[in-house]
Design a protein around this ligand. Structure first.
Ligand SMILES: Cc1ncc(COP(=O)(O)O)c(C=O)c1O
Length: 393
């Protein structure tokens, strides 16, 4: 099998040794749930905590500077300006920001595909001034982009919201096509990018995204409770925060004079940040983003797609296997989902043999990242082959 491998653009063994040494030999294929934090982020978190322990060393300026640097690193990850980034704590933060603050006419419709992760459905269900239309998926269970565009074209839609990569199929949406379609019709385009940022490159301008939401704990390899939202510069002044934080007000720019209350929001996306933030976590987020940018997300993309090849080949030649992911190269991501007979038993077998993956909607979901080697995927194939030889029992 080794001879048929496609060359990977990066060296996962080296990356694992330098940044994820505690993974040791375990086969961690669960980045779509949460990914490991690299050593440099671990060090950044500890250093941030140390500054609280030895607090006499800590200055207001150092805290402010750390957030400035985190916002600008986050901006680089999505092709935005730092002023378009609001630091939040998960994907729900950015989705709620969009649902609460996008300037839409009451009575208009929000469109979402069926089978979206619930984080991108409930905030829209809870939005009382608009209707929600959940567009059925294709027979494959994946979003039906033609049907979605047909729905968007009916003239009553103000917002279209979608995950860049679907959590239960790994389907990668054609965001460029959908974003252009929305922009041409004056429909706001909201993207939940938590399942793609860090494994697939993304540029908010090329994709005509108005608001992007993400959390850090999956593909961004960052601490829980970190994340950010992007808000397109031209929209910020038209979007009133509904969660009001004193740090989002212009009059609170200086800590030396805080009580001249004046109802003016900051002119950039910081208006959406509500009060004191978890600095320690953001130190970790900035460090992890730094690693991913240093390695290059385009290289990570090529790596994670090629590393899955042996598993895809095995699934294709196994008649009992049903692949739920779209294998069209434009629709693939690092998330590969498949059904097998006795999927729960196979999942337990994988777990017992040191392979971490997930069971989602009755399917096995594997999600490799920059630290996953071809040998590890070949080991997974071996285990699955043993399950097949035992007739899945
Ligand atoms: C597409 C998608 N959106 C959002 C989330 C999580 O949202 P949050 O970060 O708000 O918990 C997940 C997975 O947990 C997901 O797969």
């Amino acid at each position: 099998m080794a001879e048929s491998r496609t060359e990977s653009p990066l060296d996962p063994a080296r990356i694992r040794a330098a940044e994820f040494p505690r993974l040791a030999d375990s086969i961690y294929l669960n980045a779509a749930a949460y990914a490991p934090v690299p050593e440099r982020a671990h060090r950044a978190l500890v250093a941030s905590l140390e500054r609280r322990v030895a607090i006499q060393e800590l200055t207001d300026q150092a805290l402010t500077d750390a957030l400035v640097s985190t916002r600008s690193t986050a901006a680089r990850m999505v092709g935005a300006e730092a002023g378009e980034i609001a630091l939040g704590w998960n994907a729900s933060y950015g989705i709620n920001l969009a649902a609460l603050s996008l300037p839409v006419e009451p009575g208009t419709t929000v469109v979402v595909s069926d089978r979206e992760f619930p984080a991108n459905v409930y905030p829209w269900m809870g939005k009382k001034d608009t209707k929600l239309d959940v567009v059925p998926v294709a027979p494959s269970g994946r979003p039906d982009e033609d049907r979605l565009m047909e729905r968007l074209d009916r003239g009553d839609v103000s917002i279209f919201t979608m995950s860049s990569v679907q959590f239960a199929t790994g389907y990668r949406a054609d965001l460029a096509k959908l974003g252009r379609f929305c922009r041409e019709r004056g429909i706001f385009f909201v993207v939940d990018a938590i399942q793609s940022l860090g494994q697939l490159p993304l540029d908010v301008r090329e994709l005509h995204i108005d608001v992007l939401a993400t959390g850090g704990h999956k593909w961004l390899c960052s601490p829980f409770g970190t994340g950010f939202a992007y808000v397109r510069r031209e929209l910020i002044a038209r979007m009133e925060p509904r969660w009001i934080g004193w740090t989002g007000m212009q009059a609170c720019s200086s800590l030396e004079s805080l009580v001249d209350y004046e109802w003016t929001f900051r002119s950039d996306a910081r208006r959406f940040e509500g009060g004191t933030l978890p600095y320690d976590g953001y130190a970790g987020l900035a460090a992890s983003l730094g690693l991913l940018l240093e390695v290059g997300v385009d290289r990570i993309e090529r790596h994670v797609l090629t590393v899955l090849d042996p598993l895809i080949a095995w699934l294709l030649e196994t008649p009992e296997a049903e692949i739920l992911s779209d294998l069209n190269p434009d629709c693939r991501s690092a998330i590969l989902c498949f059904r097998l007979p006795e999927a729960e038993r196979v999942f337990e077998e994988l777990r017992g043999q040191g392979v971490a993956c997930a069971l989602r909607e009755g399917a096995i979901r594997v999600a490799p990242h920059l630290y996953t080697s071809a040998e590890q995927i070949e080991r997974v194939v071996e285990i699955l082959d043993q399950c097949r030889a035992r007739r899945w029992s």
